[in-house]
Design a protein around this ligand. Structure first.
Ligand code: ADE
Ligand code: ZN
Length: 345
């Protein structure tokens, strides 16, 4: 199939996005507006300078920039604005459902009270549905830098406020020198309250932290998880237990988690039978969108249209959305794939 036909197929393909961060989803224009409102925030207030600011030298540098941008989001109205922009972007990429990572403790540190945050999420979710036709779910992620106490506070928010659409508990931030296992008590409490376990692991480190996410945090999906590619036994485990990895190739390239896109282990994970879903992570900061990630899989890894459709199905099956919505998305994927096959033949 010609590249333009694949692009048209990807654009029409109904998709879910299971790993993207609220703050990192801010478009360049939205981030600029925030930076201009807080000119002392250390974030460039000119477009080209902001673009340059998003050229990351390594993963710790990315996390420092992310934190600075996080501090610009200071009101509930900002959160609603971010969600409105995000939902418009998702709708434009034929994304029907997204699970958004929100870091309530960082929002609280930036000045947004918990009740106000919960209200903004509820308002933004309704707006996403009514204005853009996109359904949103929430993953409340703890920042590993804030330690186990930060994770406990995250669970307090998720369980205490539990805004509609709450899906699970996550764990982001650095992995070097900070171990997933240290967060087991907070995750245990979250799971006991009915929340799903959705930590990042193996983004910048090897398989040990993915094992810890699976064994200690009872991960039901793993954010990134690309370090698993170095351990055949772990690949077998993920494949056998159907634990999906939320893979974000462009993110991994931009943060330096992989040196070159051709070296990205996605094909290894896929070939091992591990359920793989595609995600953007922080699309505003990595200059990407979900269609671009699918397109990349075709162009760099040679994935065919049926393989791309299967990745979209894996996402729908791994999503913690209403079963009706999942069934509708799966039926739509069949329809779009069928139409592409008819046109090609
Ligand atoms: N927070 C936002 N993006 C992240 C990433 N890619 N890894 C860990 N924490 C994050
Ligand atoms: Zn992430």
């Amino acid at each position: 199939m010609s590249p333009s036909r694949v692009a048209a197929f990807v654009a029409a393909l109904p998709k879910v996005e299971l790993h993207l961060h609220l703050i990192g989803s801010a478009s360049l224009d939205t981030a600029l507006a925030l930076a201009r409102r807080h000119p002392d925030g250390g974030v460039p207030t000119e477009r080209e300078a902001l673009r340059q600011y998003y050229a990351f030298t390594d993963f710790p540098h990315f996390l420092r920039v992310y934190e600075r941008v996080n501090r610009l989001v200071t009101t509930a109205a900002d959160v609603v604005t971010l969600l409105d922009g995000l939902a418009a972007e998702l709708a434009a990429r034929t994304v029907r459902y997204a699970e958004v990572q929100v870091t309530p403790v960082r929002n609280r540190m930036a000045g947004i009270g918990y009740a106000a945050l919960a209200g903004a999420l509820t308002e933004g979710r309704a707006l996403a549905r009514e204005r853009h036709g996109v359904e949103l779910g929430w993953v409340f992620d703890a920042d590993a830098l804030l330690g186990p106490d930060g994770a406990e506070e995250t669970v307090d928010f998720a369980v205490g406020h539990r805004p509609e659409g709450t899906v699970g508990i996550g764990l982001g931030g650095p992995e070097t020198g900070i171990h997933r296992a240290d967060f087991a008590p907070a995750f245990r409490r979250a799971r006991a309250a009915g929340l799903h376990s959705l930590p990042h692991a193996g983004e910048t480190v090897g398989p040990d932290e993915v094992w810890a996410a699976v064994n200690e945090l009872c991960a039901e999906r793993v954010g990134h998880g690309i370090g698993a590619a170095r351990d055949p036994r772990l690949l077998e485990h993920l494949a056998e237990h159907r634990i999906p990895l939320e893979v974000s190739p462009t993110s991994n390239l931009r943060t330096g988690a992989v040196r070159a896109i051709e070296e990205h282990p996605l094909p290894v994970l896929h070939a091992a039978g591990v359920p793989v879903t595609l995600a953007t992570d922080d699309p505003g900061m990595f200059h990407t969108d979900l269609n671009a990630e699918y397109q990349l899989c075709h162009e760099v890894f040679g994935m065919t249209v049926p393989e791309l459709a299967e990745i979209a199905r894996t996402g729908a099956r791994a999503a913690f959305c209403e079963p009706d919505l999942r069934d509708r998305i799966l039926a739509e994927i069949d329809q779009v794939e069928g139409a592409a096959a008819t046109n090609a033949g």
